[in-house]
Design a protein around this ligand. Structure first.
Ligand code: PFF
Length: 455
């Protein structure tokens, strides 16, 4: 096998990991899921999950990746546990699954760059969204988005991915920050802040009864599966992405420090996006929960239609969202590409192109009809993501165990105590929390009948 690539600099890895984390999950999904599933309650559960479950799980993925120095599937074999390979396979499969509809939304973003420049959505943002979000238009832009992703991944880790992400994070923070300040000055925004930022404590409850299986009720039953999975989705966990990226990292780098940076920056961008989109929905008189997948696009389009220089601001905003979406999407394609390149020694550009084509095909139903997009997304949240993160935690905590602590501490100044605490948290509380999430997700999937595809 040829010499494996590595990140050129320490910042290269952090930026790429942040680039993978920060994406449509923060800017598009987070605000709309928050407004759909309980506002501030959702925010609280999300933040607790990001720190309490996401961070330990990310460390688990980093350890698996760096120690094995291999792609997300072969990693388990290299660590001596062939029969845990299914965790990697599941992750890579989920990457495929998610990228298929992620790319459709990426296509919408492309469309909105053009739409901002020409002012096409200014007259009627809602019906514009309706007409471009599904059907032939959406399909063509889905293809264009996938082509861009393939082109970057074909370029390789250092030249393609690292370079593409360096500019993105600062620009996202600056633009979202400026928009948040502007939204703050609008009249009618204040109920939005209340809805988003002040949790109603009575909503933070969950009760359980056993008869004989555990059955949960209370306001959190709906919130937990979405908010916890939102943390996974947003942190790019359970998809092999962080395993793959960490496999290019040297032993002298502190995985702890890096993961904290990623979690904090990622949550900050989500909250910033919420501070823009949610008050805007209130300004426009949209009921929380009724925005749906179009919430970001419709609410912002309405805002840009009213802003001075709205065309320019809109185009720049969607261009930045595009970069965020691309830097996340490339990490998903990289996961699968790196597996095929490592295993079969095939040429990277060709592999990226073939896989990109397959993912495009899987995404065609979502491009054709948003009901399919919602179905793919719901299954990912309620079932696939928690299942896959559970697998990672079980493996790192119980199967790999002690050597994971040594790997975690390599390159960091933390003592053994911190590593062992991580191990025991991962083995117990964190796994139980993921089990609860999975159980609740399955409960809602079957009770609501959301498991049935929209045929
Ligand atoms: N974390 C990305 C986002 O929030 O948009 C999406 C994503 C990227 C999910 C990479 C999974 C992944 F492996």
């Amino acid at each position: 096998m040829s010499q494996r690539e590595t990140w050129a600099t320490r910042a290269g890895f952090i930026l790429a990991a942040v680039g993978s984390a920060v994406g449509l999950g923060n800017i598009w999904q987070f605000p709309f899921k928050t407004s759909e599933y309980g506002g501030a309650t959702f925010l609280v559960v999300y933040l607790v999950a990001a720190l309490g479950i996401g961070l330990p799980a990310m460390l688990a993925e980093f350890v698996i990746g760096r120690k094995s120095n291999l792609n997300a599937i072969s990693a388990f074999e290299r660590l001596g546990h062939r029969n845990w390979k299914w965790v990697g396979v599941l992750g890579v499969g989920i990457g495929f699954w998610i990228l298929s509809y992620y790319s459709v939304v990426g296509g919408w973003v492309l469309r909105y760059i053009g739409g901002s420049l020409t002012g096409a959505y200014f007259a009627d943002p809602a019906s514009y969204f309706g007409s471009v979000s599904a059907g032939l238009d959406a399909l063509v832009l889905h293809a264009v988005f996938m082509l861009l992703v393939v082109a970057i991944v074909a370029g390789g880790v250092e030249d393609g991915i690292e370079r593409a992400t360096k500019l993105m994070v600062p620009s996202i923070v600056v633009i979202l920050g400026a928009l948040a300040v502007w939204v703050f000055t609008l009249s009618g925004a204040s109920p939005g802040y209340v809805y988003f930022l002040s949790p109603d404590l009575s909503q933070l409850s969950l009760s359980v009864s056993f008869d004989p299986f555990p059955s949960f009720s209370g306001p959190l039953t709906n919130v937990i599966p979405f908010a916890v999975s939102q943390a996974f989705f947003s942190l790019s966990l359970g998809m092999g992405a962080m395993i793959t990226y960490a496999s290019y990292v040297g032993e002298d780098q502190s995985l702890f420090g890096d993961s904290i940076t990623v979690v904090v920056l990622n949550s900050a961008v989500g909250v910033l996006a919420g501070l823009v989109v949610i008050p805007l929905l209130f300004v426009q008189g949209v009921e929380p929960g009724s925005g749906g997948a179009g919430a970001l696009f419709i609410s912002l389009a309405t805002a840009f239609a009213e802003l001075p220089a709205g065309r320019l601001v809109g185009a720049v905003f969607f261009a930045v969202v595009l970069i965020a979406a691309l830097s996340s999407a490339i990490s998903l394609l990289e996961v699968v590409t790196s597996y095929v390149v490592d295993t079969y020694g095939a040429r990277r550009p060709r592999v990226a192109a073939v896989l990109g084509g397959l993912i495009f095909l899987l995404g065609t139903p979502s491009a054709w009809d948003t009901a399919w997009l919602t179905w793919f997304d719901t299954l990912a949240y309620q079932l696939l993501l928690p299942l896959s993160v559970l697998g990672v935690l079980l493996f790192a905590g119980w199967v790999y165990g002690r050597p994971a602590v040594a790997e975690l501490l390599s390159g960091s100044s933390f003592g053994q105590g911190v590593g062992v605490t991580w191990l025991w948290l991962a083995r117990t509380v964190v796994i139980l929390a993921v089990l609860l999430t999975l159980w609740l997700g399955i409960q809602t999937l079957f009770v609501d009948g959301a498991i049935v595809p929209p045929l």
